[in-house]
Design a protein around this ligand. Structure first.
Ligand SMILES: NC(=O)c1ccc[n+]([C@@H]2O[C@H](COP(=O)([O-])OP(=O)(O)OC[C@H]3O[C@@H](n4cnc5c(N)ncnc54)[C@H](OP(=O)(O)O)[C@@H]3O)[C@@H](O)[C@H]2O)c1
Length: 264
């Protein structure tokens, strides 16, 4: 076993679950959370039966009291949290006027941004006391590039990128690292829950999609070799650069290639 405790949110599926499984193989001790108890229980049973160490606590992270309870229970269990992986999140990828003000807009900002901030704030005092720790926030390429139908999701992930940068500069003096992970499209339950409705047949080709294990491996590599940010797959760095340097050109591509086709 490695003497490091990881708290991973959103571990009941997709990137969070894959990260937990990979971390367990590498010998980290896990404290995992999400809302679906049976999924968490299955994950922990499997990890523990294979000689790993995993404990779960089911919680809805849009509720501050449940966030504080998760952190308290993790500290009671292990006495420390070395790495916080803020991964829980969802997207509602529709035109803004179609989004429900509370369920789609407020809840998305709440889970993807405010809950991440609250959970980090709850974990931070112990990391400061221990003079070290690593906060890894799962952002998105949508935290660099605004895509039509991603307006609120992009707002949450652009916001998270700002949080990563400012917090990194704030807590570096305590030996605490902050990293942002920016994946492109990943084949998980995310898309099923996004309420995507397309008139045209435009969709991300399968060969462009990552799988959750690739992202999980990057997250665990980041613990061993810390960096401020990881854009995955690496070639997405060029898309981010083009968008920053030629925003008008990207506006035109998205208008002609996507919005006009969908809105006709
Ligand atoms: N898939 C992609 O294309 C992609 C690309 C870039 C970034 N990301 C980011 O990667 C992260 C993980 O997404 P994923 O692709 O792995 O999707 P996923 O399979 O849908 O996983 C989302 C996780 O978040 C948890 N969650 C959702 N609402 C919650 C709540 N209110 N309280 C606590 N946990 C909650 C879910 O568990 P329960 O339902 O059991 O609560 C689940 O474990 C997200 O932050 C997402 O924005 C995804």
């Amino acid at each position: 076993m490695v003497d490091k405790v990881l708290l991973i949110t959103g571990a009941s599926s997709g990137i969070g679950e894959a990260t937990a499984r990979y971390a367990a193989q590498k010998g980290y001790s896990l404290f995992v959370t999400a809302r679906r108890v049976e999924r968490l229980e299955r994950l922990c049973t499997e990890v523990n039966s294979q000689g790993g160490k995993a404990v779960y606590d089911a919680a809805d992270l849009t509720d501050l009291s449940q966030i504080n309870a998760v952190v308290g229970n993790a500290l009671d269990q292990y006495g420390k949290i070395d790495v916080l992986v803020n991964n829980a999140g969802f997207g509602r990828l529709k035109w803004l006027e179609q989004l429900d003000p509370l369920e789609d807009i407020a809840r998305q900002i709440q889970l993807n941004l405010i809950s991440v901030i609250q959970l980090t704030r709850a974990v931070l005092p112990r990391m400061i006391q221990n003079k070290g720790g690593h906060i890894i926030n799962i952002d998105s390429v949508a935290g660099f590039i605004g895509i039509p139908t991603y307006s609120v999701y992009a707002a949450s992930k652009f916001g998270l990128r700002g949080f990563n940068e400012a917090l990194r500069r704030e807590v570096g003096v305590y030996g605490i690292k902050v990293s942002g992970v920016y994946p492109g499209s990943v084949d998980t339950e995310f898309a099923e829950n996004a309420g995507i409705e397309r008139k045209s047949s435009i969709k991300t080709p399968a060969w462009l999609q990552l799988n959750a294990h690739q992202v999980g491996r990057s997250i665990i590599n980041l613990i061993q070799h810390p960096k401020n940010q990881v854009i995955i797959p690496g070639y997405m760095t060029y898309a981010v650069w083009i968008n920053q340097v030629f925003p008008g050109f990207v506006d035109q591509i998205m208008r002609i290639g996507f919005v006009q086709k969908e809105k006709q």
